[in-house]
Design a protein around this ligand. Structure first.
Ligand SMILES: Cc1cc2nc3c(=O)[nH]c(=O)nc-3n(C[C@H](O)[C@H](O)[C@H](O)COP(=O)(O)OP(=O)(O)OC[C@H]3O[C@@H](n4cnc5c(N)ncnc54)[C@H](O)[C@@H]3O)c2cc1C
Length: 381
């Protein structure tokens, strides 16, 4: 087993760190207070190629393998403090661009991918409903075939990027009698009749990422905008979750690494009772545990990327990665805040933002409880 990275892979990560530090270093605290999306940063990220990492060159992509994508996102998470921007970017990449790449026909790819990859268009995906969260497949949203179009009715909730989205991949029931096999995915443009977005929802964290409700009232979607065959929605959703769980969380890994380094620096410099606080075993052990979580997060994320790069399915491994990395990010953020004392609790430092932002990771992409359900379903209990 070879754990070493190639020089090119190491450089990709370094390049992403350098890019983020130089180009994505505006005054985040001002935008965060206003809940403002970082449009300039978004365009710079697109210019750097981030939205096209796994896509073929013919659509403007960089044709990067999954491990290279993960390394780049890790570097980005290390260098960029605007986790809302990174979340918006990852949502577009793994839950809109990637499913169109994997399941779209040539016309759909030609029509939608280049502008999404250039960052001119914003996308996302809409599964969750007011009464269907973890039990997503109990959705009520219906798509009825009418001639050469589908008519969609329903409400989608907590949809990342919805307030700024040009298009969303929306899941709806096409055949209620078929259960999991009766759900289909549709590429819905914001200009389609009957499509509207409610007011942006205010969140505890990720404040720079717009998120909202989507209302479909006799929304007319041309048949050619169905993604994959009728009834393929569940397979599309499961496939995109595997990618998201395996790749998005690399940004958290980068953020954890930066926090660890800042915490070590602080613990060495901050003196109480005549010595650096790092000299207390209680503090050193917390920092050791932070480092352990980071190392294990890195191993599982790289493993999932390696599996995906070898064309393997990784439903179990991506659930383990999602669970472990998201919980580790919360734990490490709390420990870092504690080690920084009142300074950590102060909004002058990044740590309270990490705590707020990290908590979302336990919920989106399937909650921690749901990941445990997935993992236990593989254990023959
Ligand atoms: C920041 C953010 C961004 C999001 N972006 C999107 C998006 O772009 N598109 C989209 O479709 N959705 C999105 N979501 C919604 C997200 O997918 C759901 O919030 C998530 O699936 C959980 O659903 P819920 O919030 O309705 O909680 P519920 O399903 O109501 O769960 C409530 C609690 O019960 C637990 N629970 C439920 N069922 C079980 C069970 N069987 N066993 C054990 N525990 C259980 C849950 O783990 C949770 O703790 C986003 C959410 C957040 C927070």
């Amino acid at each position: 087993m070879d754990f070493s990275l190639s020089e090119e892979q190491t450089q990709l990560k370094e390049a992403a760190i350098g890019f983020a530090r130089k180009e994505l270093a505006d005054d985040l605290s001002v935008r965060e207070k206003k809940g403002e999306f970082y449009w300039e940063g978004w365009r710079k990220c697109a210019g750097f190629g981030l939205l096209g990492m796994p896509a073929p060159a013919r659509y403007g992509g960089l044709e990067m393998d999954p491990l290279s994508c993960v390394l780049t996102l890790e570097g980005l998470g290390y260098g960029c403090r605007d986790h809302g921007l990174l979340f918006a970017l990852n949502s577009q990449l793994w839950t809109c661009i990637k499913p169109i790449l994997s399941f779209g026909n040539d016309e759909q790819k030609e029509k939608y991918l280049p502008s999404l990859i250039r960052g001119e268009k914003v996308g996302g995906h809409a599964m969750t409903e007011p009464d269907a969260g973890s039990d997503a497949f109990s959705m009520r949203c219906r798509a009825r075939k009418k001639g050469d179009r589908y008519v969609l009715n329903g409400t989608k909730m907590f949809i990342t990027n919805a307030p700024i989205a040009d298009l969303l991949l929306i899941f709806a029931v096409t055949d209620p009698d078929k259960g999991f096999g009766g759900i289909s995915g549709f590429i819905v443009e914001k200009g389609f009749p009957g499509f509207s977005v409610g007011r942006p929802l205010e969140l505890m964290g990720l404040k720079t990422c717009p998120l909202g409700e989507v209302i479909l009232q006799d929304c007319e979607v041309p048949e050619e905008n169905r993604l994959g065959r009728e009834g393929a929605g569940t397979a599309i959703f499961n496939a995109e979750m595997e990618w998201e769980r395996g790749c998005l969380f690399a940004a958290h890994l980068g953020a954890m690494q930066r926090t660890l380094e800042e915490t070590i620096r602080y613990a060495r410099e901050r003196e109480q009772f005549g010595q650096p606080i790092a000299k207390n075993q209680a503090i050193a052990h917390k920092i050791a545990d932070m480092a352990v979580r980071i190392e294990l997060s890195r191993l599982i994320l790289y493993k999932v990327a390696w599996m995906k790069g070898n064309g393997q399915r990784a439903p179990l491994e991506s659930a383990i990665a999602k669970l472990f990395v998201s919980e580790s990010y919360v734990q490490n953020s709390l420990e870092a805040l504690q080690i920084h004392g009142a300074y950590g609790y102060s909004a002058e430092y990044d740590l309270e933002r990490h705590v707020r932002d990290s908590l979302a990771g336990r919920i989106y992409s399937g909650t921690s409880e749901i990941q445990r359900n997935i993992i236990s379903s593989f254990l023959d209990l």
